[in-house]
Design a protein around this ligand. Structure first.
Ligand code: GLN
Length: 192
């Protein structure tokens, strides 16, 4: 198994470290030719969704990545990565890869609560630490999207077939369980 980590901007190194702690090989996706290597899954890190969305287009990564996701490649988006995958963003004029049936709210916690840590239940895992940084939350999920975690009544993690998103940053805590969860999704994936 080799997992690609989108490395255009944001917290990609932390994801690579988590994967290496789990003994999983990863490589950085920075340009079109990086997608020639077979990849078992893709992580889209936190950072700035507008910047990453713009770079995806400029570097001709947008269409091939979108196509792979639609074909069933497992993808895990954290924070800005969640916004890149969302089909609807309530308070943004643009959407990006737009592959997942969720409606997200950008910078949803306002200035006061811009960044915070908490411990909450994640379906199928149990209680885990969650770090939020100018995070979105998910206002609504559609079709077969499954809610995996909520904080104060707001959806902060969800899954739809091959797509997993968290509004928080599991790569910034000691906990490895969400990365393990994604690796399990890859192991179970028979179609891609
Ligand atoms: N606020 C950022 C955005 O809108 C996301 C923040 C993050 O990824 N930590 O893209």
């Amino acid at each position: 198994m080799e997992i690609g980590v989108l490395a255009l901007q944001g917290a990609f190194i932390e994801h690579e470290q988590k994967l290496s702690e789990l003994g999983i090989k990863s490589f950085e996706i920075r340009q079109y030719k990086d997608l020639e290597k077979p990849l078992s899954g893709l992580i889209i890190p936190g950072g700035e969704s507008t910047v990453q969305g713009k770079l995806l287009k400029e570097l001709n990564l947008f269409e091939p990545i979108k196509e792979k996701i639609i074909k069933g490649m497992p993808v895990f988006g954290t924070c800005a990565g969640l916004l890149l995958l969302a089909k609807q963003i309530e308070n943004d004029t643009r959407t990006h890869l737009s592959t997942m049936d969720i409606k997200a709210v950008r910078n949803a916690y306002g200035r006061q609560l811009g960044s915070f840590n908490t411990v909450e239940e994640f379906k199928g895992i149990g209680k885990i630490p969650m770090t939020f940084i100018r995070a979105p939350y998910i206002e609504e999920v559609f079709n077969d999207t499954e809610v995996l975690a909520k904080v104060n009544g707001k959806i902060v993690a969800a899954k739809q077939k091959n797509q997993l998103v968290t509004a928080f940053h599991p790569e910034l805590t000691e906990d490895l369980s969400v990365h393990k969860y994604f690796i399990n999704m890859i192991n179970k994936n028979e179609t891609f």
